[in-house]
Ligand binder design. Structure first.
Ligand SMILES: Nc1ncnc2c1ncn2[C@@H]1O[C@H](COP(=O)(O)OP(=O)(O)O)[C@@H](O)[C@H]1O
Ligand SMILES: [Mg+2]
Length: 333
């Protein structure tokens, strides 16, 4: 793995085990992430974004299996590159990596905090699991963290329960907990989806500021292409367990190649002048089920450029347009 890489995923395949047969969920996914880089993984619901991130932390539910591929991660404790796929999912190494080096935030903070302990207790618990500090010191660190993520009056907030926080404040508290051990990677899985637009914008700004301050890399997962321009350097468009286009934010927004990417762009709501406001174009059709046996490019039933006997036979090869802009589509073969 190159020296500046934190994470490199190579040909990852994940399947769902149903009654002795396998259904492919993640198919040949490869991407990488440099230290301090922010990437976005974008696709509609059901495309495999969460499963991919669960695999990185080896938090896959039991019925999902990593069939092949590599997830190479630079572990700062060992100062070497580990293949996360090869680690025992219940073992010490992944346990350390998860708490110390990979922080995670999710869509619904209510379900990730226990309702019966104070916010402070739940942040302290994580701190004390990975750092040898006294209870008092951990509490002080928690207060500092709550302050860092913009929670007003952190000295009082530390003793409050999750239900006493608003949705936006809970999301901030979850971010505080996720960064408490100064992780080299933060995985943010739809962190703003449950929030209204104003709070969503504030959380995005907060993530950006924290990224600058602490220098961690971020994998930002969202179904909403509209929020990624502000935060990420590179974008990976995912459809039905495969990456179909990757590029810089500029490539994806100004020179999108895959018909699916274009559809995602047209589905972004635009704020602003009423007269300039254009109609939102929903993407026709739905994401198919993993049980639909689709051959070729899985987007073909929804694609206006569908070429029979081509798109529905084999998945297209990767077309490199520039050094970091690639697309998987027969339109460019
Ligand atoms: N534990 C599971 N059991 C069965 N199917 C699952 C499980 N987790 C995810 N899936 C399926 O895998 C696909 C990808 O899911 P997911 O990664 O959650 O999508 P996304 O996060 O992009 O919305 C979906 O079709 C989903 O139904
Ligand atoms: Mg998801």
């Amino acid at each position: 793995m190159p020296k500046d890489m934190l994470l490199e995923i190579k040909d990852l395949e994940i399947s769902l085990l149903v009654e002795s047969h396998m259904v492919n969920i993640i198919d040949n996914v490869s991407f990488d992430l440099k230290f301090g880089e922010v990437i976005a993984i974008v696709g509609e619901s059901g495309c495999g974004k969460t499963v991919t991130s669960q695999a990185i932390a080896r938090l896959l539910p039991r019925e999902l299996k990593i069939l092949s591929g590599k997830i190479l991660f630079y572990s700062k404790i060992d100062e070497r590159v580990l293949d996360v796929c090869k680690l025992d999912p219940k073992g010490k190494t992944i346990h350390y990596i998860r708490g110390d080096q990979i922080g995670m935030i999710f869509q619904e903070p209510m379900s990730s905090f226990s309702p019966v302990y104070t916010i402070g207790n739940q942040i302290c618990e994580v701190i004390r699991l990975h750092q040898k500090v006294s209870k008092k010191k951990a509490r002080n660190i928690s207060i500092e963290l709550l302050d860092t993520v913009g929670i007003p009056n952190p000295v009082a907030a530390v003793d409050q329960y999750p239900h006493e926080f608003s949705g936006g404040m809970r999301q901030r508290a979850m971010i505080a907990r996720a960064i408490s051990c100064n992780p080299s990677l933060l995985i943010a899985d739809e962190p703003t989806t449950a929030l209204d637009v104003t709070i969503q914008a504030q959380i995005l700004v907060l993530l950006q500021e924290l990224q600058k301050e602490f220098g961690m890399a971020i994998i930002f997962i969202t179904h909403d292409l509209g929020v990624v321009a502000q935060i990420s350097h590179r974008v990976f468009i995912m459809y039905m367990g495969k990456i179909v286009e990757e590029g810089s934010v500029h490539d994806i927004f100004h020179n999108p190649k895959h018909p699916y990417t274009e559809n995602l762009i047209h589905a972004i709501p635009k704020l602003g002048n009423l007269r300039e406001r254009r109609r939102l174009v929903p993407i026709r059709g739905n994401v198919p089920s993993i049980f639909d046996e689709l051959h070729g490019c899985a987007f073909h039933p929804r694609c206006k450029f569908f070429m029979p006997d081509k798109c529905d036979v084999h998945f297209p090869k990767c077309k490199h347009l520039t050094s970091n802009h690639s697309v998987w589509c027969y339109l460019y073969e």
